[in-house]
Design a protein around this ligand. Structure first.
Ligand SMILES: [Zn+2]
Length: 387
């Protein structure tokens, strides 16, 4: 890879012919049309938050260095931004009056309202740019190793760069576009943001059963994303059909895995809804995220709910009574041992070697209070399993 250091290009040069696409949230072109600011393997513009974009302009005004920028020289008259897209889009948007900064008096100032010497200061600022020339794999490999302006690329952003092509472009248009009207519905079930590719990552993860890398590589040159879209829609439609009310704990669950396991079973959404409500109101359920899988699996695996256990004081008090009783009768203080025929028949276990158990199982309505508490020796409690 050949690199050339350029220090002659100014903010004004870059902003000549700058185009920003509001709909896609992308800085598109600069340098009189010869520079592509956001090639398809780049992530979306994420600096438009009134903090990071403002910080770029304040850095310029204070004369702080903006850091290195890297261009990829595609041909004699064609450059792409390899690293620096967020910074370039920030000053491009500022110079075209897309956002304001605050001056020393705390007043909002757009570029057009700045004093002309400040405007000049920004426009004449020179950038430090490396132009790189090389083969595509080499450039991409290198791109994989650099961080952009302190916000490291996440895994999906890297994969989008590595497998860039028609498929990724279509994927991003569907799943990474914050203007997509479906995003709000999806965010009930998926955590993260469209901009950081987390919806796309989720969709790919579901359809590929966790093999995103492999899936993207196989579909890289395809010009349709029908399979991905259909699968994703099936999962979302299934979840929203089974669980008709949306709870915040549903966000980010492994819906793809649950869909695979349970979508062929029928559920009565009214009954499901009533059961969710009941479990949400149950003070013994510690893990609400587990409620959905618990119900899908037939309401048996109480481990998913992390049911509240008996506290130490309760255990101690039950132990004392239980042991006194057993000693009077000359039998083991574990009721299971006492009815056995081996050496443990009359064994008095220490508190530390016993576990508290629900007499009436929690899943069958047994409460976690002292009246429903019994201590069993650890081996018997383990053997019983279902609390
Ligand atoms: Zn026992």
């Amino acid at each position: 890879m050949k690199t050339t250091l350029r220090t002659d290009i100014t903010v004004k040069d870059i902003c000549d012919g700058f185009v920003y696409n509001e709909l896609e949230g992308k800085g598109l072109f600069g340098l009189s049309g010869t520079l592509t600011i956001q090639p398809e393997y780049q992530r979306n513009y994420i600096y438009a938050d009134g903090k990071r974009d403002v910080a770029v302009i304040e850095s310029i005004l204070k004369g702080y260095p903006l850091g290195l920028i890297y261009f990829n020289k595609v041909s004699a008259n064609k450059l792409e931004v390899l690293d620096g897209q967020q910074r370039i889009t920030s000053f491009g948007r500022f110079v075209t009056n897309k956002f304001a900064i605050k001056d020393e008096q705390g007043m909002q100032q757009y570029f057009g309202s700045l004093a002309s010497e400040l405007q000049n200061l920004i426009l004449t600022t020179k950038l430090v740019i490396y132009e790189c020339e090389g083969e595509e794999p080499e450039i991409k490999q290198w791109f994989k190793t650099i961080n952009i302006a302190g916000v490291p690329l996440n895994n999906q952003e890297l994969l989008n760069a590595v497998y860039s092509g028609p498929y990724v472009t279509l994927c991003k248009a569907e799943f990474s576009n914050s203007q997509n009207a479906n995003i709000q519905k999806w965010s009930a079930y998926i955590s993260g943001s469209a901009n950081r590719q987390e919806f796309l990552e989720c969709a790919l993860n579901w359809v590929s059963k966790g093999n995103i890398d492999n899936y993207m590589s196989r579909h890289r040159y395809e010009a349709n994303i029908i399979e991905l879209k259909n699968y994703f829609t099936s999962v979302i439609d299934w979840v929203s059909g089974v669980f008709t009310s949306v709870e915040s704990e549903m966000r980010g669950l492994e819906w793809g895995r649950l869909y695979e396991l349970y979508h062929e079973q029928g559920y009565d959404s009214k009954k499901v809804s009533a059961e969710v409500k009941k479990l949400y109101g149950d003070p013994y359920v510690k893990n609400r995220k587990g409620v959905f899988e618990y119900i899908l699996g037939g309401s048996t695996d109480t481990k998913l709910l992390d049911v509240r256990v008996f506290d130490e004081a309760t255990k101690k008090s039950v132990y004392t009574n239980q042991t006194a009783e057993a000693e009077k009768k000359g039998i083991s203080n574990c009721s299971h041992c006492a009815i056995g025929h081996d050496a443990n028949k009359a064994k008095i276990w220490k508190l530390a070697d016993m576990d508290a158990d629900h007499v009436a199982a929690w899943s069958k309505g047994g409460a976690t209070d002292i009246k429903n508490c019994e201590l069993l020796c650890k081996p018997h409690n383990r053997a019983k399993g279902n609390r």
